[in-house]
Design a protein around this ligand. Sequence first.
Ligand SMILES: Cc1cc2nc3c(=O)[nH]c(=O)nc-3n(C[C@H](O)[C@H](O)[C@H](O)COP(=O)(O)OP(=O)(O)OC[C@H]3O[C@@H](n4cnc5c(N)ncnc54)[C@H](O)[C@@H]3O)c2cc1C
Ligand code: FES
Length: 272
Amino acid sequence: MKNPYAFMEAEVLDIAAETSNIKTFSLRPKNALPFRAGQFMDISVPGVGEAPFTPSSNHNISDELDFTIMSVGRVTKMLYGMENGQTVGLRGPYGTAYPINEWKSKDVFIVGGGVGLAPLRALLYALFNNVNDYKKIILKYGARTSKDIVYKNEIESWRSKANNVEVELTVDAGDQTWKGNVGVVTTIVKAANIDINNAVSIVCGPPIMMKFVTFKLLDLGLRAENIYLSMEKNMSCGIGKCGHCRIGPYYACKDGPVFTYDKLKELPNIWD
Ligand SMILES: Cc1cc2nc3c(=O)[nH]c(=O)nc-3n(C[C@H](O)[C@H](O)[C@H](O)COP(=O)(O)OP(=O)(O)OC[C@H]3O[C@@H](n4cnc5c(N)ncnc54)[C@H](O)[C@@H]3O)c2cc1C
Ligand code: FES
């Protein structure tokens, strides 16, 4: 029987700095690894350990995958020390994907914070593949400062993708170079932006940001079953065996990481 924990070798093709503590790693797995936007994979650094990350690239391309990674601890720091040509391990994809086929003809209202734009980049590419299937695709993204904005070189091209695509950025703290909105991301989440009765919203970022954006969306009248959250719980096995990632009756690795808020709203401590 196939070992469910077996990793596939993947070569580091490129490492691009996004901000002072976030980099995008382009990896070429030994064999193509098809995934859908929203799913995650475990990356292992030999001799150090493994950690879950969501591919941030277009799901149409399965022989070269991007992962946008913030340096926070053991595994991520080792990844930061790697160079092109070195090898990591990949297993997955795991978990639930964004059900983009259910969103046709709707406003798709995407709200991201910090490195939370990583899975949302994969989602945007998936939506852009059939951009006219959606009424509007709206991205609202917040970073701490202009220096903390990821994918700076790409965001302009997203804005001009099609007439039904809107992009707005905000920073918590402005400076002389910043001409956009200053304030947390909820300040650019407004009723005027969406057709609330024909919209879904997808939220990804730090737990505190997801909490306040969710409450704002509910205040605006969006229904809990139309709010999609990417829940990043501590994980170990990634395949529903160890129980590390429990959220009430669910395992974030198997039943998530993409959940609609109506499934989670009665559960305690979901934002911890
Ligand atoms: C489904 C899923 C998808 C994910 N996708 C991404 C992704 O695309 N990009 C990405 O950068 N991260 C992502 N993460 C988070 C990532 O898995 C963790 O940052 C990673 O496990 C940290 O591993 P480490 O060994 O470097 O840190 P550890 O050594 O395990 O942790 C070191 C310290 O950092 C803290 N820490 C751990 N994670 C975070 C965090 N996210 N933010 C702040 N502090 C933290 C810990 O509390 C601890 O104090 C995802 C997590 C899940 C569950
Ligand atoms: S990580 Fe083991 S059950 Fe989810």
